[in-house]
Design a protein around this ligand. Structure first.
Ligand SMILES: *Cc1c(COP(=O)(O)O)cnc(C)c1O
Length: 405
């Protein structure tokens, strides 16, 4: 299917990607989502919106981000490993791509306040950045466990003028933060807008966030072709909710010779519920936060507890589009555990001078496995973010590799 037709068909007008997605929400929220959906179609396709967003991407975000060939990593493991450097996007991760889009839409809709959840704090920082840029209020809901783990990002959000709402129930991580942010949004859906942090949630969010992230894939495909004269054999991205992966995958969906690989966190091991977040590998279809997707579930069918060393990946659901791509066999999904992630974190830092986010280190670790198995192939990794936010946590809990010997 040509790319243009793919985007026309997925999602359909009810927000479905095959059997996944849709919107399973109370009627008040449904009305609001319809309003956002209509605004998205009428506003975001206008020449004014497109040219304003284009200018923001260039002058504020610093796009296009480069594609970089990893000399030493490729030499060590074989294969040809390239990175799409989303760590160089302003505020340090791919998330600003959709936050600037969502906030610009909010401004056009006359909203006063942006509300969101955050896990690693990256979405919160990106949204607080966007709110400051547009002069909008910003309220970020964050689990207490993540607040303790991600102090630098908490401080950044406050410096940028956002209000932090600590979430103290359940596991006090990402899922509970989403619940809490939804509640706050429902209290005043007219003046506020809920800015989801990934390609998840009820229609139209999975579509909107994907569309705002498409810039990553469009740039990367062109850049890779310009550098090598061909398309990559493999594209690799980590998958939490799936926004950075959808961003880069979306440009290659009509390229049958390019394989797409999503990488989920195996945490401390995939044998036990609560120790990982390998949703597409081990979940079953279910409903979470107003949409249908592969879902890690307990015996009662409720979302299961999840864990990963990377706070941005520990979500029991996953984007509906990834759920569909898995069933269509358009993309494959794999997992990488905490230790493999840490090893890759240090290796990329020391071989290439690039300190990756723990989330992105999952993608690098899988790319290295692919390179070892396929030394003749090229691999384009979406390096979704930089690792500055993770340094304290890693050094306190793991230390330097040489100290272990
Ligand atoms: C949030 C985050 C992710 C995970 O989110 P996706 O929606 O799956 O992309 C990955 N990498 C970084 C650096 C993040 O901040």
């Amino acid at each position: 299917m040509a790319l243009k037709d793919y985007f026309k068909n997925y999602p359909n007008e009810k927000g479905y990607f095959g059997e996944f997605g849709g919107s399973f929400i109370p009627p008040v929220l449904e009305e609001e989502m319809n309003r956002i959906n209509e605004a998205y179609y009428s506003i975001s396709k206008s020449h004014k919106f497109i040219s304003e967003l284009r200018s923001i991407r260039k002058h504020f975000q610093g796009r296009p981000t480069p594609v970089y060939y990893c000399n030493r990593l490729s030499e060590k493991y074989g294969g040809r490993i390239y990175l799409k450097r989303e760590d160089l996007n302003h505020s340090g991760a791919h998330k600003l791509n959709h936050c600037m889009g969502e906030a610009l839409l909010a401004k056009y809709m006359g909203k006063k306040k942006l509300i969101a959840e955050t896990g690693a704090g990256q979405h919160g920082v990106a949204l607080a950045t966007a709110a400051a840029y547009f002069g909008l209020e910003c309220e970020i809901h964050m689990g207490e466990v993540d607040i303790a783990k991600q102090q630098p990002n908490v401080l950044r959000m406050k410096i940028l003028g956002a209000t932090i709402v600590p979430v103290t129930h359940g596991l006090k991580t990402l899922k509970e933060a989403v619940d809490s942010a939804f509640q706050a949004y429902l209290k005043d859906p007219v003046n506020t807008i809920y800015c989801i942090g990934s390609v998840v949630g009820p229609h139209p969010f999975p579509m909107m966030v994907r569309d705002f992230q498409r810039v990553v894939g469009i740039e990367a495909r062109d850049q890779f072709q310009e550098m090598t004269g061909e398309l990559p054999d493999n594209v690799v991205a980590c998958v939490g909710g799936g926004s950075n992966a959808m961003g880069i995958f979306s440009a290659f969906l009509d390229d049958p010779d390019t394989k797409l690989h999503g990488v989920e966190p195996a945490g401390r091991g995939i044998d036990k519920v609560g120790e990982h977040a390998a949703t597409l590998s081990l979940g079953k279809p279910g409903i979470i936060h107003g949409f249908k997707c592969y879902l890690l579930q307990d015996e009662k069918g409720e979302p299961a507890p999840v864990y990963s060393i990377a706070s941005g990946l520990d979500y029991p659901g996953v984007g509906p589009e990834h759920s569909m791509l898995k069933d269509m066999a358009k993309a494959e999904y794999h997992y990488i555990d905490d230790q493999e992630c840490i090893d890759s974190f240090f290796e990329l830092s020391r071989l290439e001078g690039i300190i990756p986010a723990l989330e992105s280190a999952h993608a690098v670790a899988y790319a290295v496995k692919l390179a070892k198995a396929n030394p003749k192939q090229s691999i384009l990794v979406n390096l979704s973010g930089r690792g500055d936010k993770d340094l304290d946590y890693i050094l306190e809990n793991y230390g330097f590799p040489e100290d272990k010997k």
